[in-house]
Design a protein around this ligand. Structure first.
Ligand SMILES: Cc1cc2nc3c(=O)[nH]c(=O)nc-3n(C[C@H](O)[C@H](O)[C@H](O)COP(=O)(O)O)c2cc1C
Length: 301
């Protein structure tokens, strides 16, 4: 049985990654999860300087998921290079660094700093709904997405994954814009903008009022978007949104994803990533699938 997948020339032992922002850089999870088992660790978003994030409360539970408005709190690229990359290098897994910024210049600075580091791929977050400037603005207009993608591609030494927002009218149009600008791969979906109100206190559940919805509640939307995007472009798509087990992951692969990431479920079950890998393997055994790549885009009808 072969679980290897290759994306933009990088070969992963299996198609399961961590979704950015739900696994740190793996330090907190390494007591529960053997990081060597994972296809890749995708880090929390890192900016050129430290970001304090949004005021609290900034997470709230919902039916089948959660809202968050963390606001991309991160220690900045200096600390990240000194602390997180050496930690991750100890493991036999691929390292994908998620990059955030408020201006194109911010993104380019981080991409440049990572150029000579032991990083396998870059994931560019142009889709965070929780920061006021930059971030999602680049991911909601096809011409802005094209522009930032092409500028990043000119600077980047590693293959570039553009992480797309579900908060758009036409995901296929956005996918095509990123591909035309030279993106090596796409990932989707980031969280869907939502709101929750505490009816007895008559207050917003989140200080930011709105937040990003993630978890099993968003899975059907994510599967639909992965299907639409992967059929609109030739470059590989990494799918995420509510994956809780191997069956969920297989659904994304059949829809057209070349790999998957596990996000909010890490908070519910710290073993979720490894259980998803085992679940895919069980499915392959049960259904006589020799090579996991046979599943990619294999939905019929
Ligand atoms: C608490 C939290 C923090 C997140 N931080 C980031 C981030 O820093 N960068 C990013 O691109 N996505 C971030 N995301 C989005 C996830 O990577 C993922 O795209 C989304 O949650 C959907 O997957 P899920 O339903 O499996 O969580 C975050 C999500 C959560 C729940």
């Amino acid at each position: 049985m072969n679980t290897k997948v290759t994306i933009a020339g990088v070969t992963f032992a299996n198609p399961v990654m961590t979704a950015s922002g739900t696994f740190g850089s793996g330090m907190e999870y390494s007591d529960f999860v053997d990081l060597n088992r994972l296809g890749a660790v995708v880090t929390k978003g890192v900016a050129n300087v430290p970001w304090p994030g949004n005021p609290t409360p900034r997470v709230a539970e919902t039916y089948g998921g959660m809202l968050n408005a963390i606001g991309l709190q991160n220690p900045g690229i200096d600390v990240f290079i000194e602390r997180d990359i050496p930690f991750l290098k100890q493991y036999d897994t691929k390292i994908i660094v998620n990059v955030c910024g408020k201006t194109v210049g911010d993104y380019l600075e981080v991409v440049e700093r990572l150029g000579d580091e032991a990083v396998d791929m870059l994931e560019i977050n142009v889709s965070c709904p929780n920061v006021k400037e930059g971030a999602i603005a680049f991911g909601q207009k096809a011409d802005c997405l094209y522009d930032i993608t092409s500028q990043i591609k000119r600077k980047a030494k590693q293959p570039v994954i553009m992480k797309l927002s579900p908060n758009v009218t036409d995901i296929a149009e956005m996918a095509r814009a990123a591909e035309a600008a030279g993106a090596d791969a796409l990932s989707m979906i980031n969280t869907i903008t939502g709101m929750k109100i505490d009816i007895y206190r008559r207050k917003f559940a989140l200080a930011n009022r709105t937040g990003g919805l993630s978890g099993p509640a968003i899975k059907p939307i994510a599967v639909r978007m992965v299907y639409q995007a992967s059929h609109a472009v030739q470059i590989p798509v990494i799918g995420m949104g509510g994956i809780a087990n191997g069956e969920d992951a297989v659904e994304f692969l059949l829809a057209g994803a070349s790999a998957v990431a596990v996000g909010a479920m890490n908070f519910v079950n710290p073993y979720a990533t490894v259980e998803v890998i085992e679940g895919i393997e069980n499915y392959m055994r049960r259904c006589g699938v020799e090579n996991v790549t046979e599943l990619i885009g294999a939905v019929e009808g």
